[in-house]
Ligand binder design. Sequence first.
Ligand SMILES: NC(=O)c1ccc[n+]([C@@H]2O[C@H](COP(=O)([O-])OP(=O)(O)OC[C@H]3O[C@@H](n4cnc5c(N)ncnc54)[C@H](OP(=O)(O)O)[C@@H]3O)[C@@H](O)[C@H]2O)c1
Length: 309
Amino acid sequence: MNLPITVTGAFGYSGSRIARRLLEHGHTVRTLTNSPGHGHPLANHIHAAPFHFEAPDELTRSLEGTAVLINTYWVRFDHRRFNHATAVQNTLTLFAAAKRAGVPRIVHVSITNPEEGSPLPYFHGKGRLERALRESGIPHTILRPAVLFGDGDILINNIAWALRHLPCFGVFGDGKYKLQPIHVEDFAALAVREATTTGDRTIEAIGPETFTYRELARTVGQIIGCPRPVFGVPPWFGYAAARLVGWWHRDEFVTREEIAGLMQNRLYVDAPPAGATRLTDWATHNAATLGRSYANELARRQPTLPTPV
Ligand SMILES: NC(=O)c1ccc[n+]([C@@H]2O[C@H](COP(=O)([O-])OP(=O)(O)OC[C@H]3O[C@@H](n4cnc5c(N)ncnc54)[C@H](OP(=O)(O)O)[C@@H]3O)[C@@H](O)[C@H]2O)c1
């Protein structure tokens, strides 16, 4: 079966894995993206168009003929160049355009524990969008990953980077809040599977291992050969240290809201795993390279920005 499928951000982190799998399954892939994809290995195989959030008719035209829209679009944190409120508005525009274009199915990427009532913009925005998708009447799957890991990830890589470069590792508060990372390829396989099913469902896209944040730091440290002392620090102190790292790299290492989300246990759900790859196995396999260089979110958004290594 060859379906025309649109993946937002097909040159991005999860989007590129999803797009590659769709191509391998014989589907035709288009993308809506902020990135031109020059030099990307998939660039010659995918028709790319800009998002055109500011021109909904054009966005609608880009989606005509699409059998499934797989939406990864989002922003990680509020910044002077982008923010969650705009990302929510843009995604609502995208859903409305998909409806007008007659797109029969949407696979939408959310996060564990979204909540419209949350004061945290990430979780509030994701909650708002889940409701909008349900109310749209478009058949859909909502995928809720906690944390993605794999080649090119940011969080696990940068924990490893910190363990390599610092004599000790501070966790925010008691560090007992939990995370359930899923491998990006398992996540992509899930998205591809859900693209070709029917009906509405919501899937907690979590991996087979659950770690407390403290255990995660300890485990990654041992695996990469940097078993640092791990101790609790007041969240404000951890944030100040993260600001320093971010300042050095011209990035946001971790934001106050991300720390709050972690500490509220929002990256943990009581559900069966949806992915099989164990972070410990993957990290062991990649121990020599994991965290060797810092993964810079802002540099990804502005490729010309020079970054210290
Ligand atoms: N990564 C994780 O650990 C994680 C954890 C939980 C949930 N999620 C969810 O998974 C989805 C995909 O995550 P990902 O890490 O694979 O994302 P990504 O590749 O970094 O970005 C996905 C899409 O959003 C666009 N985008 C990202 N940041 C942007 C910004 N600042 N300004 C404008 N556009 C921006 C990208 O633009 P381009 O078209 O230019 O690439 C791409 O279209 C997101 O919905 C995210 O909320 C991710």
